[in-house]
Design a protein around this ligand. Structure first.
Ligand code: GLN
Length: 492
């Protein structure tokens, strides 16, 4: 393989100007495979796919953009990568990300920050994160499609920021075997592409049970989901009942986003689709719950990187220290190997799992997660196939009168900030970008971000290099992945 030119420990450049609009200088790629002359057969023959660098490939290193895995080459390959190859796809490269998937702007990487091909006043915009490298690789034509991972929005947010399609399937449909864990109850493999049709091609190849992933949905459940769907009316070509979550109309929604959203809603209505205002009252708690649960799982998942079982061992502490001195090796390895944001998440997670804090944080957040799921079950016409016969554990009286097929929301509350604005912002300000994406993650629902052109009036106020589209998010009931893709095609 060929390692991207930036030295892994080179610090993030502080004032990157935009003369580097060329693909290579966007730093989307971490490693490139040597070209192969093999004649591939299969549905994806001749298609180049890039893989987020936290999904193992045996042909290229898998670093998760972390110093602690900077020399790691996996002895095995993720199931999703194996399926791509079996269907004839060529794995061309691995893509840059926020370390272990923790971030919203792809700036926290041992390989240096990723830059969007778009600029504002000459300054590169944030590509979104954490799958920013995958999104930029797709947007700049460095691959046909790319795989990403989405724990709280990491496929959808970068797709929105660089103007491509990003799809996070229902939790448990795509195998996580060989995917480096961040928060395993939320981690989902997703697909980024320039069209919904391309997303579907990749999704269909990957959508199958994997006995190696204990959370992969077994065939019996997949069949139940399919049959519960075919009993319902076939939506092909039919008008969609579109839910508009009133709770997403937050004051911090940028006017440009609101304008694009309302223009799109008017268009959809004129095409015969119906709009239904609905309430998801727990939405306002979802972000806080996510930022308790995800770091808690992360602190546990990342405990294995100790320089002994896993991870690049510290160079300043030695393994043959006496037992009393073992802690320095462990501590030094983690202090040297992890970046600041990852350390912050580990500390946050360790705190909320402490016996004194658990009841107030971790357990409360789990309750909120359950309420978020119920909010969704109340508004979808389709019952949740994961719940017992009859489909939902909600009292009849609790159910909304006006049930819907899909929900439509903006993917992010603002247009992408510049990388300089990101550097000036606090961690909590970065977390705010995920406010619209985390609810579907907490409930394990399928969701897609689709680029929608900014209305003329908004575009006039923008500079030459700026983004021309806004990401709009379609969310469906669990298992309604195909319906989400169909609705995404209506909007595209
Ligand atoms: N920005 C969110 C986080 O940092 C989501 C990341 C993701 O989906 N991997 O946790």
């Amino acid at each position: 393989w060929h390692r991207a030119s930036r030295h892994p420990l080179q610090p993030a450049c502080k004032h990157v100007r935009a003369q580097h609009a060329q693909a290579g200088s966007l730093n989307a790629i971490t490693n490139t495979a040597a070209p192969s002359n093999a004649e591939e057969q299969g549905r994806l023959a001749g298609k180049n796919v890039a893989i987020k660098d936290n999904i193992t490939t045996s042909s290229l290193p898998t670093t998760a953009a972390s110093g602690i895995l900077s020399t790691h080459v996996s002895p095995f390959e993720a199931t999703v990568v194996r399926l791509l190859r079996q269907n004839g796809a060529t794995i061309t490269s691995t893509t840059n990300l926020d370390e272990f998937g923790m971030g919203s702007h792809s700036q926290h990487s041992v390989h240096g920050p990723v830059l969007s091909p778009f600029t504002r006043d000459g300054i590169p915009l944030s590509p979104g994160g954490s799958s920013g490298g995958s999104a930029v690789a797709v947007a700049s034509g460095q691959c046909w499609t790319a795989l990403g991972t989405d724990t709280g929005g990491s496929v959808r947010l970068p797709a929105a920021y660089v103007g491509v399609v990003g799809f996070k399937p229902s939790y448990g449909l795509l195998s996580r075997w060989g995917v480096i864990q961040y928060a395993n109850s939320l981690d989902t493999v997703g697909v980024l592409a320039r069209s919904v049709g391309d997303v579907r091609e990749v999704f269909e190849v990957l959508n199958q049970h994997d006995a190696r992933d204990p959370t992969s949905l077994p065939d019996s459940v997949r069949q139940r989901v399919t049959s519960s769907r075919s009993e319902r009316q076939d939506h092909k070509g039919k008008a969609l009942r579109i839910g508009i979550p009133l709770d997403y109309n937050i004051t911090s929604l940028a006017p440009s986003i609101r304008k694009t959203y309302t223009t799109l809603l008017t268009t959809l209505q004129s095409q015969g689709h119906t709009l239904h205002p609905i309430h998801l009252p727990t939405t306002r708690l979802a972000l806080s719950a996510y930022y308790v649960l995800a770091p808690a799982e992360a602190s546990s998942n990342l405990a294995k990187y100790d320089g002994i079982r896993y991870g690049q061992r510290s160079t300043t502490a030695t393994a043959d220290a006496s037992p009393a001195e073992k802690l320095p090796l462990y501590a030094a390895t983690r202090a040297e190997g992890f970046g600041e944001e990852v350390k912050r998440r580990i500390l946050l997670g360790a705190y909320t799992l402490m016996s004194e804090a658990r009841d107030n944080y971790f357990l409360q957040a789990q309750k909120v997660r359950r309420l978020v799921q119920r909010d969704f079950d109340r508004v979808f016409a389709a019952p949740n196939p994961l719940l017992d016969a009859g489909g939902h554990d909600i009292g009849e009286g609790e159910r909304e009168e006006d049930v819907v097929d899909v929900l439509l929301t903006p993917t992010a509350p603002t247009l992408p900030p510049t990388v300089e604005e990101v550097q000036r912002s606090s961690p909590v300000e970065s977390y705010m970008n995920d406010v619209f994406t985390v609810p579907a993650s907490l409930a394990g629902l399928p969701a897609a971000s689709v680029p929608v052109a900014l209305p003329e009036a908004v575009r006039e106020g923008l500079g030459e290099g700026d983004v021309r589209s806004v990401g709009m998010q379609v969310i469906g009931q669990f298992g309604d992945d195909e319906l989400v893709l169909r609705a995404a095609e209506v909007i595209e």
